[in-house]
Design a protein around this ligand. Sequence first.
Ligand code: CA2
Length: 155
Amino acid sequence: MAKTAADTIYVLNGPNLNLLGTREPETYGHATLVDVEKLCADTSAKFGLKADCRQSNREGELIDFIHEARAKEAVGIIINAGGYSHTSIALHDALVAVRIPTVEVHISNIHARESFRHHSFTARAAFATLAGFGIDGYRLAISGLAAKLGIKARA
Ligand code: CA2
């Protein structure tokens, strides 16, 4: 693998998101994680970027991915930390530490759900948050990140 990833966005998905498309379609839709990762790859390519997509059910591994993004000089992070969004000061601290422009995505509208989902620790480390657009939130997040970085879509 190349030492740096200066044209790469890390797309990080947290616990249980590997189950997308298999359960709770009324909340999370029918698309799978593979569909999400293809959407991210296709959207990134429109901006001349690459999406390095990772999913983990473990908090520490997600933190390692964030550190790796810094080491590889990734230009941005898209993160859906799943349930850890609402609990993890450690993930918040990792995102703050690496100082990489970050967008938080939630497939569902967390603010229209149970009160324990209304607060996100990780959102405080992101410059923007998208919630409730379904998996299209990932496409919108990458477009917004590219705009923030001053990168225009290729003709
Ligand atoms: O709406 C989102 O994207 C969430 O981050 C998803 C998390 C949830 O804990 C957050 O509050 C909001 C849960 C991901 C679980 O994904 C599943 C997908 C299909 C079936 C079961 C779980």
